[in-house]
Write a protein that binds this ligand. Structure first.
Ligand code: BG6
Length: 429
């Protein structure tokens, strides 16, 4: 179908880092010949500046439209500019600060830019807490029905996140083991070596809990826990994830830790900032299949490495044993099983060995944003978060947010430090 992709925030950080490269790639692959991009900007900018390194690949199908986002009249002009034809769809991609989203959604709706061939792509965070998420979802629902709304959680679109489901559904040996009978605990980690990287204003309003834990970490956990029916259809994935999220118990703040990297306050120019750049928490599920299995979710910036993984630890029959399975979401995408084997030599010693596969260096894995755009254009919704998932995730985290508004301590850690000691400093075994 012919598609017009209208990007609000084309000059922003996300568009430049993720969207334009992803678009350049899918265009290069020839997946969408009939695609036009309209970049919306508040300021007069020239196309060369906007497209930067992607000018050669995207210039022929892009135009830049300048408007005042706060002026409802300008949306009528935008509507004339888009001039949607019967055989066309329009995707409105809101890559804007969270506090601008509702206003743009409302103005699009009031200008009639919410017809059956219009779709809305929203970037997180979807609210700041449970109450604001309800409000944001209700505001959106006043103008767009749920089918038209694509809430992006790009971690769901990562190749290895999708592979958690494929791997679980396709390998009987693990399907048999996938319950509290054989699994002792689960860890989900999203560690970053970078700090806040010039996004001080955004980060000061967000913090690690809202930025990564509320969406990315809970969704990776949901993919690990969700029930896999015999006739798995990807269209049912959001409902299955929701089932897993609903079974998770509301967080216990005493099983969480928040921390900030040293130097953060100087970097953002706020010497009293209590914003966490690191969070770790332990959750439990009341699904009988997962009772007694602690699940630790951890994320942080300015750590010693970039690493996102889901680690599933199997129960031991004696203290000497230990086995785990790791989904390496990034980098070095792949799956590994840690086994104990005999160490070669005369003494009967034991050593850890890995059974693993990693994609070879010449396998190109699509970037998550390529998948997101491709799916939205083709109306595939399985890798987008529904409003119910968003609400449930906030419900789970609400007690932690409440405790942080009170006097729960903030720890500090050195830039380049490792995650383990920070987790241990706050959550005692
Ligand atoms: C984004 C967060 O959602 O994910 C960023 O807003 C974070 O703070 C980024 O750096 C990490 O994404 P990725 O794909 O590089 O792991």
């Amino acid at each position: 179908m012919k598609t017009k992709l209208v990007i609000f925030g084309i000059t922003g950080d996300l568009a430049q880092r993720k969207l334009l490269p992803a678009l350049a790639h899918i265009i290069e692959e020839g997946r969408f010949e009939e695609l036009n991009i309209i970049g919306v900007s508040r300021h007069q900018v020239n196309q060369g500046q906007v497209l930067g390194d992607y000018y050669d690949k995207l210039n022929h199908l892009t135009s830049v439209y300048q408007m005042d986002l706060g002026n409802p009249e300008d949306y009528h002009c935008l509507r004339d500019y888009i001039n949607q034809q019967e055989d066309e769809q329009t995707l409105f991609y809101l890559s804007v600060p969270p506090d601008s989203t509702s206003q743009i959604v409302e103005n699009l709706g009031l200008a009639g830019l919410n017809g059956p061939s219009d779709k809305l792509l929203l970037e997180k965070p979807f609210g700041r807490d449970l109450a604001s998420a309800h409000q944001m979802i209700d505001n959106t629902a006043a103008f767009f029905n749920e089918e038209q709304v694509y809430r992006i959680d790009h971690y769901l679109a990562k190749e290895m996140a999708q592979n958690i489901v494929t791997f679980r559904a396709s390998n009987a040996i693990f399907a048999h083991l996938w319950s509290n009978q054989y699994i002792e605990r689960i860890e989900v980690l999203a560690l970053e070596a970078i700090g806040v990287e010039g996004r001080a204003a955004f980060y000061e309003q967000t913090g690690a809990l809202r930025d990564i834990a509320q969406g990315h970490l809970l969704q990776l956990l949901a993919l690990t826990l969700l029930p896999i029916p015999d006739d798995l259809h990807w269209d049912n994935l959001p409902a299955l994830r929701l089932k897993a999220l609903r079974a998770l118990e509301i967080a216990d703040p005493s099983r969480s830790v928040r921390a900030q990297y040293e130097g953060y306050r100087d970097e953002v120019g706020n010497h009293e900032s209590m914003v966490e750049t690191f969070v770790s928490m332990e959750l439990k599920s009341n699904d009988p299949r997962w009772e007694r299995v602690p699940m630790a979710l951890t994320t942080g910036k300015a750590l010693d490495r970039k690493k996102t993984e889901v680690r599933v630890h199997f129960r031991r029959m004696n203290e000497a044993q230990s086995n785990y399975l790791v989904f390496h979401i990034q980098p070095n995408e792949g799956i590994a099983i840690d086994l104990l084997t005999k160490k070669p030599g005369y003494d009967q010693e034991v050593e850890h060995q890995k059974l693993s596969y990693m994609y070879s260096s010449d396998t190109r894995l699509p970037d998550a944003y390529e998948q997101v755009l491709d799916d939205a254009i083709n109306s595939r919704k399985s890798l987008f978060a529904t409003s119910e998932e968003v609400i449930r995730a906030w419900e789970i985290l609400a007690p932690i947010q409440d405790a942080w508004n009170g006097d729960m301590p903030l720890e500090f850690y050195p830039v380049g430090g490792s995650a383990r000691p920070i987790i241990q400093s706050g959550i005692k075994a």
